[in-house]
Design a binder for this molecule. Sequence first.
Ligand SMILES: [Zn+2]
Length: 246
Amino acid sequence: MKFCFTIDTEKDYKTGSYESLVSGFRKLQPILAKHHIRPTLFVTCDCIEKYPKLFNEFKKRGWEISLHGYRHLRFDEMNKKQKEENLNKAIKCFKKYLKTSPIGLRAPQFSSDYELILLANKKGFSYDSSIVQFPPSQFIFFRSKLPLFLKQMKFKSLIKKNNLKIKEIPSSSFILPISVFSLRKLPFFIFRILARLSIMIRKDSSLVFLSHSYEFNDKVIAKIDKFLNLYKDSFFITMSELSKLQ
Ligand SMILES: [Zn+2]
């Protein structure tokens, strides 16, 4: 089985500070090392501008640094020109601080529309991970975004029909996203079953685990460790590695 550990890396949405980002990674690193995990980080550019050294260190370790938007703004609320400007500024930031172009994209709050996919494809992104695999919870909690979620369900067939190079790799979900949030809220045995089901409904038998940089405290890390212990025999790979297998 293939397991991608993804981390949306951004300011703490409650406090607006970057402290939890730095302390969170410090806490998470031993667990990642223990399980031989190279995570994929979807990062907003303000974090890279603030901590270029930190992200270069991550890159040296083989972690994948992908894009979570120039800033943490919804793409579906931008027009085409604004979307393109956002991507251009982000690519410039990656080149300046990380000496590379981003190859993966996850729109903040899963806000990608097909216009964004076309732009990302044009700009050389090799994958997008801005949609949720089986999202009834999204329909309930973000009801106003239902039309967008319904359109997102067509991304894969549109990408195929239009012969685009970019791949769509949804975050794993079964009723609820397989994420730190669900891991915290649900009894462990239920979370474990949902994770297993999310793998079963996926053609490539992979798991794309979702987390945020501000979520890592000691209690959460202990739960993540317990969850990762279930997947000891998995191949822990990055999102770009998974995209190449599709
Ligand atoms: Zn985010």
